[in-house]
Design a protein around this ligand. Structure first.
Ligand code: ZN
Length: 564
């Protein structure tokens, strides 16, 4: 089960529950090779790992490992009691050509050794293959996925999206895997793109898959293990990463940073505060015996990776992930190429924009610009305006309303009915604002701060102000006014009768009961919960993008504030 707890565009913070515990995503599953452990699993845990991935193909091909895995389970074999994913040999087929294993047998083997997440043996389609070959291989991958599903038992099944470097095939593959009873969807066949820093192509292909993947399942970016790539991968909606890079780079004397890679031999100082670096110097590090140096380099690589993942998750919580990716592009220009490759998809990405973020954006990009410009057409623009560094001319009346608040801390203090109208129109549209404020308007302000708290009209409490965001929350009386003034589907989330009964009691609305949604609503917008016959039952905050609901999202849809 995968529960999404926070969103920023396509990115999300989730919790994936497995038979051996939960993973908070986005996270990295370090690869452990049961035949050669650079670091013991306990050391990997100390670096921040909560899950591991190992290769069932290697285990199955080694008589002794195979026997021990079947007898005691793969967790005992690896020495790890947390979530453990297994790969199936697909990557070995990419490296070594044909491999000797039956696709169904390797799924059964993963199930029988107690893997928490097993992977279908898909066909690794190389990026240079033409569309015909990629399509033929995709058909084989799909057939193997279909055959694997009935074999999975209690194991979560990872069904990979292939399709080579052809976005249309990737999108079709994603639509197909979304219909089978799988639990996770890796994006496969992209390691050559990452190795060659072809991040723009990588971004285009991941986005093509995301257009059709059911958002309720986690997405795994196979082979993504460099900390400079985590922020971008999370921005594209990937939840899990795996890699042996931390160990491979260490064996080669290389240190990973979130801004790039350096050879220890070439460094005069260690620009790192991790537990492996902070108590030593570059010269002391270089002087370590080879085996110990490799161990410490592997520790550094993992510590840096997990620190970056914490940063990524915190950026998602703050709504500053795009800004973090821009910062990463400073060290790795190919990350910037990937951001540029997203521009033509601004129209689609705009649907995933939240109505506002916890912190003000400082990096401009197409989806945000489209969203803000669209919303600004709802308000009067003939009054005084200021020049916002990202959005251009913005009415003064909206200077303290997210996401239009300019950098710095200049706050407007005076509250007028015109300003209230401008904010209401920006949030709900001009007609709704006219209706909400049609009558005798009373502005209730705080005696200490002078800030607006509530808006009463004809004695009815219709709006409350969130001072932090300079935005209104709708009260039941306000919802009734919008409901009467604006025709369906405006501002509405239409729910099944079974849900309406609960929502009437003030309980939340879940995606699977949503029948229809105003396509102009965005995640974090105020919304009306109505029945199929447009009876208003509750008011609350939309917690998903309508685009997500259409793609089959589950979980919370509307956090209901008040029943009506
Ligand atoms: Zn370090």
């Amino acid at each position: 089960m995968f529960e999404i707890r926070q969103r920023d565009g396509l990115a999300r913070i989730g919790r994936l529950t497995t038979p051996h515990g939960a993973l908070e995503t986005p996270t990295l599953l370090p690869v452990v090779n049961p035949r050669k452990l650079t670091l013991a699993p306990a050391e990997i845990r100390d670096c921040g790992a909560t899950g591991l991935i190992t290769n069932s193909y290697i285990i199955s091909r080694h008589a002794e490992l195979r026997e021990r895995a079947l007898a005691d389970g793969v967790h005992a074999l690896v020495g790890w009691d947390g979530p453990l994913m297994t790969d199936s040999g697909t990557f070995q087929s990419h490296v070594y050509g044909d491999i000797e294993v039956e696709p169904q047998a390797i799924v059964e083997f993963q199930r029988d050794i107690g893997s928490d997440i097993g992977t279908v043996l898909d066909v690794f389609t190389e990026p240079e293959f033409d569309a015909d070959r990629a399509e033929a291989e995709l058909a084989e991958t799909q057939a193997r996925i279909t055959a694997a599903v009935p074999l999975k038992g209690e194991m979560l099944l990872a069904a990979t999206v292939q399709g080579g470097s052809h976005p249309a095939l990737r999108e079709r593959a994603a639509a197909q895997v979304s219909t089978v009873d799988a639990d996770m969807h890796p994006i496969g066949g992209v390691v050559p793109l990452m190795e060659q820093y072809r991040y723009a192509e990588l971004a285009t292909l991941v986005l093509a898959a995301k257009r059709a993947l059911v958002p309720a399942r986690p997405v795994h970016l196979f082979g993504c293990g460099h900390p400079s790539l985590f922020a971008l991968a999370a921005l594209l909606g990937c939840d899990l990463f795996d890699s042996a890079s931390y160990a491979k780079f260490a064996a080669d004397g290389r240190m990973m940073f979130n801004w790039g890679t350096r050879r220890l031999a070439e460094m005069e100082e260690l620009p790192c505060g991790c537990a492996a670096c902070s108590t030593t110097s570059a010269d002391e590090f270089k002087a370590l015996p080879a085996e110990e140096r490799e161990r410490q380099l592997a520790r550094h690589n993992l510590l840096v990776s997990f620190a970056e993942l914490r940063r990524v998750r915190e950026a998602i919580r703050e709504g500053l992930l795009w800004e973090l990716v821009v910062a990463r592009a400073a060290g790795r220009p190919e990350v910037g190429d990937a951001l540029a490759a997203l521009e033509p998809h601004g129209d689609w990405l705009e649907q995933w924009e939240p109505a506002f973020r916890p912190r003000q954006p400082t990096a401009i990009r197409e989806p945000l610009l489209r969203f803000v410009r669209g919303r600004l057409t709802r308000t009067a623009t003939d009054g005084p305006a200021f020049e916002h560094p990202l959005f251009g001319a913005v009415p003064e009346t909206l200077a303290d309303t997210a996401p239009l608040r300019p950098p710095g801390n200049v706050r407007q203090r005076s509250w007028t009915p015109e300003r209230v109208h401008a904010i209401a129109a920006f949030q709900f549209g001009g007609a709704a604002a006219d209706a909400l404020l049609g009558g005798k308007v009373e502005l209730v302000t705080s005696r200490n701060t002078g800030r607006l708290r509530n808006v009463l009209v004809d004695g009815e409490h219709r709006l409350s102000l969130s001072a932090r965001y300079g935005r209104f929350t709708l009260r039941a009386a306000g919802a009734c006014v919008i409901h009467a003034a604006c025709a369906a589907p405006q501002q509405r989330v239409v729910v099944h009768a079974d849900s309406a009964e609960f929502n009437r009691q003030g309980r939340n609305t879940f995606c699977k009961f949503v029948l229809e949604c105003d396509p102009d609503l965005r995640c974090q917008d105020e919304c009306l919960v109505v029945t199929e016959s447009d009876e208003l039952v509750a008011v609350g905050k939309l917690k998903v993008a309508p685009a997500e609901i259409i793609l089959g999202q589950q979980g919370l849809a509307v956090k209901v504030r008040e029943a009506v």
